[in-house]
Design a protein around this ligand. Structure first.
Ligand code: ZN
Length: 330
């Protein structure tokens, strides 16, 4: 081989390497999440640097979701898994992590103190008092104030396994808690893909700005002067949202079960007494409960999907429909 061809080959090889490297660098980071709103969060923060796959298909219920073996294979192509931290997810997640010990996993619910789900007694027990005391309505509790929660809840908020089913997992429906979750996500992206740290930081700031705007809009929809602050829900998804804006959700589904005949009688009593005029129903749960309350207690049904992708638009829409109905109550 003539001597002068060496540099040519070398440059060809280098050229190929460079080419491969730039392709590799342009490949977005594969991230796996459980529900659609998480994809929205990831895409706000990660932009073009992330390719997000959602595990729970549209219309499915994340509480009963379990990935099929094929899905486990799909998951195995991801580099980062952002866990929602819901108890049912913890049932299969260890199996996934066993297949992929190198998969980075981050808990989106870290640094968040979760609320206990209300028991039947708490829901129907003492309705001689107004459901939301005025002071609470005007100054919602700070999101991460663990010290004011009962001891067992504080512990559960920091436990990483076997969370009690009685802890409310719906933290993604609170703008104030999503602020904390956004910081967690940005941190995880930066750790896995440090090269784009500046972009993730920028994505985070602009998402935090969107959250603050949404939070302000929602706060002004539910001013302290709003008298009626209670609404029915089929499934208790809106507890943290309600806490942020001094509202009160009254669930039809209690302790993870459909209402009994006695529950329904209680619901109608409470609805009449509190002059509740609106129920939030979810596409993931049967329509018949909301329809029954609408026909028997004469209340309005709002479809409120807690798993919609466009998280900002969805909370704005649900918030304004809810505020409209609450302000009409006499
Ligand atoms: Zn739920």
């Amino acid at each position: 081989m003539p001597k002068q061809t060496y540099p040519l080959i070398a440059s060809l090889v280098l050229g190929l390497l460079c080419c491969c490297n730039s392709v590799a660098a342009a490949q977005p980071l594969k991230v796996m999440v459980m529900i659609e709103p998480q994809r929205f969060f990831l895409e706000q923060i990660g932009g073009k640097h992330v390719a997000v796959t959602v595990l729970v298909p549209p219309g499915a219920d994340p509480h009963t979701y379990e990935p099929k073996p094929q899905t486990m294979v799909q998951i195995s192509q991801a580099r980062l898994y952002v866990s929602m931290g819901i108890p049912e997810e913890q049932a299969w997640l260890p199996r996934l992590l066993a297949i992929r010990p190198d998969l980075r996993m981050v808990r989106q619910d870290q640094n968040i103190a979760k609320l206990p789900m209300k028991s039947r007694e708490e829901i129907y027990g003492h309705h001689d008092q107004p459901l939301v005391p005025k002071t609470q309505a005007q100054s919602p509790q700070p999101a991460d104030n663990t010290s004011e929660l009962p001891k067992h809840v504080q512990e559960e908020a920091h436990t990483h396994h076997h969370e009690a089913l009685s802890v409310d997992p719906h933290i993604w429906l609170s703008p104030r808690l999503v602020r904390i979750q956004a910081e967690t996500i940005a941190r995880a992206l930066t750790e896995v893909d440090a090269e784009h740290a500046a972009d993730y930081q920028q994505g985070l700031s602009s998402f935090l700005k969107q959250i603050d705007e949404l939070d302000q809009q929602l706060s002004s929809l539910f001013p302290p002067s709003l008298e009626h602050r209670s609404f029915l829900v089929v499934h208790p998804s809106w507890g943290y949202f309600a806490r942020d804006y001094g509202l009160q959700q009254i669930p039809m589904e209690i302790e993870g079960r459909e209402p009994t005949a006695a529950d329904l009688a209680n619901l109608i009593r409470v609805t009449t007494k509190e002059r509740i005029r609106v129920i939030l129903e979810e596409p993931q749960f049967p329509k018949r409960f909301a329809e029954m309350m609408a026909s028997q207690a004469g209340i309005q049904v709002i479809e409120a999907n807690p798993l919609a992708y466009d998280w900002v638009g969805n909370l704005r829409k649900v918030g304004s429909q809810l505020a409209e109905q609450l302000s009409r109550a006499q």
